[in-house]
Design a protein around this ligand. Structure first.
Ligand SMILES: *Cc1c(COP(=O)(O)O)cnc(C)c1O
Length: 357
């Protein structure tokens, strides 16, 4: 069997060293003769894991004072509802940027709790670009964006100046580049794309935004309670938090988010260059909005797609078929993917072009 190159969109590739640490921790943790999975989350061994998982987020992203960092459950999808539940009262409005499937799901949930103003949408172009030059209403409680559109392969290269707090779904590009957290009211990310495994969701929130809505909030949906309890209001997903900690340790060892950004730029540049130069392939998105995490492309002759898909698979390139809403292919090139995997894909694309010239 050839080496497998994992281009899965999510759950996505993880650093090998995090996987090895996780495998070991399942069997025996910290010399205690117990698995991490069978010890109390209130014991000092796990508390140290949670503390480090939180402090690495603060350190890597430079989270300023006045913000809290928590690990929750329910995926990014629960955040679609939890954000408006905690920040948007009935009769108030929130602004949303419609850049794709995930943005739409966020909009749908927000409408349950208040008024939604969609400031701009690229829906008519099948979300192949990020709208710009829109106005954010000053009376909105917050402005919600999706920093990277995992399905459509677009990414916000800049965040707009906003008169109201910006809430960002960063599920598929968190820790892939520096972000100025002070420019955001709330950031959330399901862990399984770029910072760990399914089962936990990172939330970074500006404390002064909380506690303002009039509605009663069930404890499990209340950010304030999770913050007060240090992400341990109930039993946390111990293994998912552990894997986030190990993944973030790796990010730090590699040089932090600036190093991740350089790595992402180099990988993306190499792959987009081939897509642009190879006569058989073409990108699906506006060049200035191309994602450095999810690279979407199709074939000039769609009838060749099946054959290319087969060759890619035979060469050990896993997870390449595109999402049904775009078709073609999608190479997800998250932090842990090595440059050699890009080279493997590029070489299969070149061979295929030679054979089918
Ligand atoms: C995958 C994804 C989600 C959904 O995440 P879940 O953890 O499965 O709920 C939301 N937003 C973006 C940008 C994603 O990539």
């Amino acid at each position: 069997m050839p080496k497998i190159h994992n281009f899965s969109a999510g759950p996505g590739i993880l650093p090998r060293q995090a996987m090895e640490a996780g495998a070991k921790a399942c069997l025996e943790f910290n010399g205690k003769g117990l698995s991490l999975l069978e010890m109390s989350h209130r014991g000092k061994d796990f508390i140290a894991v949670m503390d480090q998982a939180v402090s690495l987020v603060k350190e890597l992203l430079g989270v300023p004072a006045g913000y809290s960092v928590v690990y929750l459950q329910g995926g990014a999808s629960l955040q679609f509802a939890m954000v408006p539940y905690n920040l948007l009262d009935e009769g108030e409005s929130a602004a949303y940027l419609d850049t794709g499937t995930w943005a739409n799901k966020a909009i749908k949930e927000a409408k349950i709790f208040g008024n939604v103003k969609v400031v701009a949408s690229s829906k008519d172009a099948n979300y192949n670009f990020i709208p710009k030059g829109y106005e954010i209403p000053k009376d909105a409680k917050y402005f919600h964006v999706t920093s990277n559109n995992t399905i459509f392969g677009t990414q916000m290269q800049h965040f707009p100046e906003s008169p109201v707090p910006v809430v960002a779904d960063m599920s598929s590009d968190i820790f892939s580049r520096p972000v100025d957290v002070s420019k955001f009211g709330l950031i959330y990310a399901g862990a399984q794309k770029n910072m760990g495994i399914a089962g936990t969701t990172l939330v970074i929130v500006r404390d002064d935004l909380l506690g303002k809505v009039k509605r009663k909030i069930p404890s499990m949906l209340d950010y304030k309670i999770h913050i007060a309890e240090g992400s341990m209001y109930n039993t946390p997903p111990v293994f998912a938090v552990y894997m986030a900690m190990e993944t973030l340790k790796w990010v730090k060892q590699m040089g932090g988010v600036s190093a991740m950004q350089k790595r992402a730029e180099e990988k993306a540049q190499r792959l987009y260059k081939e897509i642009d130069e190879n006569p058989l392939f073409k990108g699906t998105t506006a060049k200035e909005d191309r994602s450095r995490m999810n690279v979407t492309f199709v074939m000039e002759k769609p009838e060749l797609e099946e054959a290319f898909g087969k060759e890619a698979l035979a060469a050990g390139l896993s997870g390449l078929p595109g999402h049904r809403s775009v078709g073609g292919f999608r190479a997800s090139i998250y932090n842990a993917l090595e440059l050699e995997s890009i080279d493997a894909l590029v070489s299969v694309m070149r061979d295929f072009a030679k054979k089918n010239a």
